[in-house]
Design a protein around this ligand. Structure first.
Ligand code: BGC
Ligand code: ZN
Length: 367
């Protein structure tokens, strides 16, 4: 079967690979689910893997099948699988268990291991192929009504985890009633964070670099949130005007913005960091001032990566609510489809020079 692969460690090696078709008996205990892939989204992680900055092939292979934002349809299930049947729409989680105590209790997203096992990223094949098989524990059912937008579930889970963790942490405050939130970045993650925070009833200010008019800014406006271009107004000034921010989610991919966000955070606030920044950038910051405000304001900052099954289930619920509350909004994020695995070059061209694209994805099979 066809697949999109890379040779980890070799920059620009993305290619069409011929991979062995998976079978149900590769999963022990009759718990296998065989999935036909319909759509797979790509993001910065795929770019980094193809640039050989990240990623490893599974044992016994010299290539890695990429793609971790999958969406597919169940083809067959093993004898001990309940709750899933052929024809169901599904999304698989990304990280598989390692060895730390967090993995042992099923919270692989919180592993303290130094090695990650992530499908499509590190040591496990991904979903940019025709079929995959996995244990039912890692397969999440998506309602039929979400079939056109289900490919957005994995990026949504990144946001769900970050925001859920923020609320968990804020239980320290006994009476936390967040009113105002900010989102740094208006790419796919920033937009989805804006959505989830609006669904939680918060007043949301979303920051981006691009000046209006701009599709991403209209998407923010259409959620009843506020788009602010940092070309027009600084983060600090906007915080004066629209803050204090009780919760900030950072998703720009630019580590420097973290320090702007720290300074824009209100007293008792929580700042969630989600940008995976591969570089080695150094910047100068007003360290005394930032530290003082954090101490005097009892502020919290937390990093958040990956997402466990519970956040996929939360994502399904929020995406369903989004379709009722803001009909058609999620679909507008799906700007750049590329038909067929064999068009992997076009997929990567769109990913590396986005030209206004929000979500670039491969339409592997027609549903
Ligand atoms: C994925 C996460 C993953 C992270 C680090 C992100 O692009 O969405 O699932 O944990 O990369 O590899
Ligand atoms: Zn990703």
């Amino acid at each position: 079967m066809k697949a999109i692969g890379v040779f980890p460690g070799k920059p620009g090696s993305v290619h069409l690979a011929e991979a062995p078709a998976p079978t149900l008996d590769q999963v022990p205990n009759g718990r296998g689910v065989l999935v036909k892939v319909l759509r797979v989204g790509v993001d910065g992680t795929d770019k980094e893997i193809n640039a050989a900055e990240y990623g490893a092939a599974p044992p016994g292979f010299d290539y890695l099948i990429i793609g971790h934002e999958g969406f597919g349809q169940v083809e067959a299930v093993g004898p001990n699988v309940t709750g899933l049947a052929p024809g169901d729409y599904v999304v698989a989680t990304v990280r598989r268990p390692g060895h730390s105590i967090y993995d042992l209790i099923g919270t692989n997203d919180m592993t303290t291991d130094s090695t990650y096992y992530e499908r499509g990223i590190n040591l496990r094949h991904g979903y940019l192929t025709e079929f995959y098989v996995d244990d039912a524990d890692f397969i999440v059912k998506v309602p039929k009504g979400l079939k056109d937008v289900g490919v957005l579930l994995e990026p949504t889970t990144v946001v769900e985890k970050g925001i859920f963790q923020a609320y968990e942490i804020q239980r320290r405050l006994k009476v936390w009633k967040p009113r105002k939130a900010a989102v740094m970045g208006a790419g796919t993650i920033g937009l989805l964070a804006t959505l989830v925070l609006r669904l939680r009833g918060l007043d949301v200010t979303t920051f981006g670099r691009t000046a209006k008019p701009y599709l991403n800014a209209s998407l923010v406006d259409d959620l009843g949130a506020r788009y602010v271009s940092t070309k027009d107004i600084s983060v600090g000034d906007a915080a004066q005007q629209f803050g204090p921010f009780d919760l900030i989610l950072e998703a720009t991919g630019n580590s420097g913005v973290v320090f702007d966000a720290m300074q824009a955070l209100g007293k008792n606030g929580v700042l969630v960091l989600t940008s995976v920044t591969g570089g080695e950038r150094k910047i100068e910051v007003p360290a005394d001032k930032i530290n003082l405000d954090f101490v005097l304001g009892n502020k919290v900052m937390v990093g958040s990566v990956n997402a466990n099954r519970e956040y996929f289930e939360l994502g399904v619920r929020d995406m369903s609510q989004a379709e009722l509350e803001y009909p058609g909004w999620l679909g507008r994020l799906l700007t750049d489809p590329v038909k067929g695995l064999e068009n992997y070059q076009e997929l990567f061209r769109k990913l590396t020079s986005p030209n206004g694209a929000i979500k670039v994805y491969c339409q592997v099979t027609e549903s």
